[in-house]
Design a protein around this ligand. Structure first.
Ligand code: MN
Length: 253
């Protein structure tokens, strides 16, 4: 199935593709379909797979086409489907974005709480991840624009960009099992590198994510097998630092 067919099937499955909206902190919202919309009322589906925004092979050779096809079209789609299934018939959760579910898990009925945590997290994290990546034909690793607020904050916090990435690399390769490594803004507006297990998102800890790297094996195993560090190094080439910088400016404003 090519991307066009994939998107069409997503549209057919849900009735519409809802574009995300930016929440404070720059998180790309995996927003629910508007109340009263034909989609929600006709199919019951609330959360939809957002458009990828580029071709599956756009990130080659750093992230391969086959991984992108499966990661987006199978894994992310499965989180969306499982989340919709979990919240179906839950009137109290109606209209909540996936982010709102994650930060308000105590309001989610206990019998579906873990399912919602895992699948709302999977949906939010992957929607955010796709928007953090960008084609790179330059042959050199991407970096924040010199003189940008983020470049300065990274230099102030970590010494320089190379030292930042070294620390990020260490966090990403150090995640035991499945999870994510993140660059976040903490409540005091300081930058920090953190990791989360499974599909947890830093917003669950009061942090604002700027950049996240999926280190589940499904994100890299086809190309890199057990060599996670090779994948973390390759990721450095396709980071969309303009997007990350915009998130930073929102997070500290
Ligand atoms: Mn993933």
């Amino acid at each position: 199935m090519n991307r066009r067919e994939l998107l069409r099937s997503a549209v057919l499955a849900t009735g519409a593709v809802t574009l995300g909206s930016a929440l404070p902190g720059g998180i790309i919202s995996a927003a629910p379909v508007q109340a009263g919309g034909a989609t929600a009322s006709s199919t019951g589906a609330t959360y939809v797979l957002p458009p990828l925004g580029y071709a599956f092979d756009a990130l080659e050779p750093y992230i391969d086409k086959a991984t992108m096809e499966i990661h987006y079209g199978k894994h992310h789609a499965a989180y969306v489907a499982a989340l919709n299934k979990a919240v179906a018939g839950q009137a109290a959760l109606k209209g909540k974005s996936a982010e709102e579910l994650l930060v308000g898990l105590d309001q989610v009925p206990e019998e579906i709480r873990t399912t919602v945590r895992n699948n709302a997290g999977g949906h939010v994290n992957h929607s955010f991840f796709w928007k953090s990546l960008k084609k790179n034909d330059s042959g050199s690793a991407a970096a924040p624009a010199a003189g940008s607020a983020l470049a300065k904050a990274i230099a102030d916090t970590f010494g320089d960009h190379a030292k930042f990435y070294e620390a990020f690399d260490k966090a990403a390769t150090g995640v035991f099992g499945s999870g994510w490594a993140w660059l976040v803004v903490k409540a005091d507006k300081a930058l920090a590198i953190v990791s989360t297990p499974n599909q947890d998102n830093p917003i669950m800890n009061g942090h604002k994510p700027l950049l996240g790297l999926d280190v589940w094996e499904h994100a890299y195993y086809l190309k890199h097998q057990n060599k996670r560090k090779d994948y973390v190094d390759a990721f450095a080439n396709v980071i969309d630092w303009d997007a990350v910088d915009k998130r930073y400016e929102l997070a500290v404003s």
